[in-house]
Ligand binder design. Structure first.
Ligand code: AHR
Length: 343
């Protein structure tokens, strides 16, 4: 027995007829045992809180579309393992219907908390209401939903994607300060996904007062390397003069680099490139001068998610919005950061 079970057992009261109330009653008894156990000097020394005895979490992941996502999955799985909290994990393979099925199955299995990173922003109200009716709290990680009812989730942990797009646009303004005309092509993320919507918006906000910037082509590459390559090939065929590529993630930027090189051009020189994420391969391309600037988007959300889940399960209040801390990288900064990069 551990300190976390004790905390939960003594947490705010829930209606006794509700599922959470029943869970709390059981935990309350367990907590009484924990008190005795602690008093006898045999309490666990683990600081993780260790909800393993009583807490189960269901996590519905987007898929495995990018290196960012792979790092995110690994970090989440490892963080829950370290915290000794059983995690049910599902991979939606980029499909909203799969994610909805996974969430419904977690509701049926009566997990204590559901966490998920929505594939797209819209269309979640029905299933989130089902979780609410079952008294199962939901935590959004990485991406948000566009629901007008924010009582459908307890917290949203993740990046400010609009700010990421703005940072990319601000860099472009400085980089092309002396240019008179800048033709921009944009590789967007998955259509309808929050980072695709917001990164497009932020970039436009940053460049909108500067008429020399023209977005001459914009298409989704679905956040994948293959998608980035394929769409960039098409961009290169139909646009003789491209000055800047803005890719919503490193993977698409890396795919585009292959297309640019195959077309006999030098990425980072003939066509400047700005991307988002800062995963290892992106940082290496930046250090090698093939990408010119990267806006960081951290996939390391696992530790914070564990903390939020513990609090939510214990009936504690959590911040509705928790924004991930992030930075940006120039070539020199990438060279310095690469040896210690965790993903
Ligand atoms: O939601 C985060 C985005 O999703 C990352 O930028 C991208 O690489 C991923 O697929």
């Amino acid at each position: 027995m551990n300190r976390f079970a004790l905390t939960r057992g003594l947490g705010a009261a829930a209606p006794t007829g509700s599922r959470r109330g029943r869970v709390r009653s059981v935990i309350g008894l367990a907590a009484a045992g924990a008190v005795l156990f602690t008093m006898s000097g045999c309490a666990s020394s683990g600081g993780s809180g260790g909800g393993a005895d009583s807490l189960t979490v269901g996590f519905a992941q987007v898929g495995a579309e990018s290196a960012w996502r792979t790092a995110n999955t690994k970090d989440i799985q490892e963080s829950f393992k370290t915290a000794d909290i059983p995690l049910k994990f599902s991979d939606a393979q980029g499909k909203q219907e799969n994610q909805i099925k996974a969430i419904r199955s977690y509701i049926q299995q009566k997990v204590d908390v559901i966490a998920f990173s929505p594939v797209v922003e819209s269309g979640w109200d029905t299933v989130l209401n089902e979780a609410k009716d079952a008294d199962i709290p939901v935590v959004l990680t990485d991406r948000s939903v566009d629901s007008s009812d924010d009582s459908l989730y307890k917290s949203f942990l993740g990046s400010d994607f609009v700010a990421e797009g703005e940072k990319a646009g601000e860099w472009a303004k400085t980089e092309f300060a002396d240019a008179t005309a800048v033709n921009v092509v944009e590789l967007q993320g998955t259509t309808g996904a929050a980072p695709a919507n917001d990164r497009a918006k932020g970039f436009r906000t940053a460049i909108e007062g500067d008429s020399k910037f023209k977005i001459i082509a914009s298409q989704t590459g679905d956040f994948t390397r293959a998608g980035g390559k394929q769409v960039m090939e098409a961009f290169l065929k139909s646009n003789p003069k491209i000055d800047l590529l803005y890719a919503h993630n490193d993977d698409m930027g890396l795919g585009a680099i292959e297309a640019i090189e195959a077309a006999g051009l030098k990425p980072g020189v003939d066509i400047k490139i700005v991307t988002v994420d800062a995963v290892h391969d992106g940082m290496q391309a930046l250090a090698d001068g093939k990408i010119n600037f990267i806006v960081e988007c951290s996939p390391l959300l696992g530790g914070q998610l564990v903390d939020i889940v513990k609090k939510v399960a214990a009936g504690e209040t959590v911040d509705k919005r928790i924004v991930t801390e992030e930075t940006t990288f120039t070539q020199d900064q990438a060279k310095a950061a690469l040896p210690d990069r965790k993903y």
